[in-house]
Design a protein around this ligand. Structure first.
Ligand SMILES: Cc1cc2nc3c(=O)[nH]c(=O)nc-3n(C[C@H](O)[C@H](O)[C@H](O)COP(=O)(O)OP(=O)(O)OC[C@H]3O[C@@H](n4cnc5c(N)ncnc54)[C@H](O)[C@@H]3O)c2cc1C
Length: 467
């Protein structure tokens, strides 16, 4: 094999593999190094894809168990076959990771198997499983090594009893008692899965609200709905230690306000306190700078402190999301060949796949207050949306925030059925600098959930029709 490349990409997650495909499309001789057995990174192997599979399957089980009989679909003896459910999830993961392998072959991308490290500005070394080391010369390097779960100093993740999201995606039986540390999107999604499958779920969150980065109205509404679904919450509480005694976890936590100490025993503990960048600290010796969160510092062109070495995805600043990593991967490929690759970091949708779902794009009310920007709000509940009504999915609302003077849309925050699919319309609208009036005057088909978006836009000007 010729060991000279135009670009070597380290990591094959959504940032790395998409970057590799775009580089190859643009005529660059491209290699992508991956230390995991399969391509696709966190997202395809232990992140977005397996979690969304389990969310979908557990939701169907939940509906069959709790809703079907009330709707005239008489079912009896509904039983969970967890190992079959897990096989279904694993099959989806395998097919999608194989799909990336196929795309690599199709685009003539060299897949280097092993752990990659940057030896110099133009050299990447790869050590494979057998310990064999090979060196590759390259004009450009892209670091897309992603992120790994964070933990707390007072507990050790063993992926058996004290698990990260990776362990919680593969339990081989339903835990009777599951404690989740962290009320962010991973904690809420995995909590929903195991609650639906039969666990007693308790979420302990340090702050006094869940999903603090989302709009306050959304976080309050989601908490209310998840509590109604039977998930227990301990907010404003700090977990001090987690230990394992006779195959059971013992969780000690303290209420931040009352200082009251509590202890609970459970089968499993999921530590979902966030993720940290996966950075090989040897790059610092080469002169690549890290910020205070140990993320790689890049400029607008995604260049690190060394010009021909780029970084994208979870290892750099910004939300740790697959579509953000993908977009940066495309931009870097285009910048390498001298095109005008660009990512609009102000319009990145964020979704939580609970039931109902949460979807958000742009700024929250709190952010706008801090920035001293005057705004107006239009809100419309799914309760008044005919499609949601006939489908018995009426929890939630659409909230559109527009500039008080110009009416330009500044942010959209939704909680409700299928909002994960609906948010794309708003991201597109924001990319085109649309006003709420533009949305209000766009015909939305009837009966669809999207009519709630049009009505919320009309509500910005205090003229919703159905509410
Ligand atoms: C449970 C869970 C659910 C999630 N759900 C969603 C979701 O619904 N939507 C969403 O947008 N995001 C979701 N995410 C986040 C998403 O997975 C990440 O933001 C995304 O994968 C980041 O992409 P990346 O390319 O930067 O890195 P990663 O996907 O982390 O990929 C990095 C790859 O680099 C490899 N690597 C690291 N170091 C080396 C090395 N030295 N040599 C060779 N290979 C190396 C790793 O093995 C890995 O495969 C979820 C994450 C988790 C954990």
């Amino acid at each position: 094999m010729d060991n000279n490349f135009d670009v070597v990409i380290i990591g094959s997650g959504p940032g790395g593999y998409v970057c590799a495909i775009r580089c190859a499309q643009l005529g660059l001789k491209t290699a992508c190094v991956e230390s995991r057995k399969t391509l696709g990174g966190t997202c395809l192997n232990v992140g977005c894809i397996p979690s969304k599979s389990l969310l979908n399957l557990s939701e169907q089980y939940n509906k069959a168990q709790k809703e079907f009989n009330n709707l005239g679909i008489e079912v009896s003896n509904i039983k969970l076959n967890l190992s079959k459910m897990m096989s279904n999830k694993n099959k989806s993961v395998l097919e999608l990771t194989k799909g990336v392998e196929f795309l690599f072959k199709k685009n003539k991308i060299t897949h280097l198997k092993g752990r990659g490290s940057i030896v110099s500005k133009n050299t990447v070394a790869v050590i494979d499983d057998s310990g064999k080391k090979l060196s590759y010369k390259t004009k450009n390097i892209v670091i897309s090594t992603g992120s790994v779960p964070s933990s707390l100093p007072t507990m050790k993740i063993d992926e058996e009893i004290i698990v990260s999201s990776t362990g919680a995606l593969s339990f081989n039986s339903v835990p009777k008692e599951l404690v989740i540390i962290g009320g962010g999107y991973i904690g809420l999604e995995m909590g929903s899965v195991w609650k639906r499958l039969g666990s007693n779920v308790m979420i302990i969150e340090f702050l006094d609200s869940i999903i603090p980065e989302m709009d306050k109205d959304i976080s309050v509404e989601l908490l209310k709905i998840l509590k109604k679904q039977g998930i227990n919450f301990m907010l404003d509480s700090e977990v001090t230690t987690v230990s394992v005694v006779k195959n059971q976890a013992v969780v000690d936590f303290t209420n931040n306000k009352s200082a009251k100490r509590e202890r609970i025993q459970c089968d499993k503990v999921l530590v979902a306190v966030g993720r940290k960048p996966n950075v090989d600290h040897n790059i610092v010796k080469l002169g690549i700078k890290l910020d205070e969160q140990k993320k790689i510092v890049v400029n607008k062109k995604f260049e690190t402190s060394i010009k021909n070495i780029y970084a994208i995805g979870d290892v750099i600043k910004g939300p740790m999301l697959a579509h953000k990593a993908e977009e940066e991967g495309i931009a870097v490929a285009e910048l390498i060949v001298g095109q005008a690759g660009h990512v609009n970091h102000n319009v990145i949708p964020a979704i939580i796949y609970t039931a109902p779902e949460v979807a958000s794009v742009g700024r929250t009310e709190n952010q706008l207050k801090k920035e001293n920007i005057k705004y107006k709000i239009g809100k419309f509940p799914f309760l008044a949306n005919p499609r949601a009504k006939v489908n018995n999915e009426f929890d939630g609302f659409v909230k559109i925030i527009a500039d008080e003077k110009t009416d330009k849309i500044l942010g959209v925050h939704m909680i409700g059925p299928h909002v994960s699919e609906m948010i794309a319309e708003l991201a597109l609208a924001m990319e085109f600098g649309a006003s709420s009036e533009d949305i209000a005057r766009t015909i939305h088909a009837h009966p669809t959930y999207t009519e709630a978006i049009k009505e919320a836009a009309m509500a910005v000007d205090k003229r919703p029709i159905h509410f």
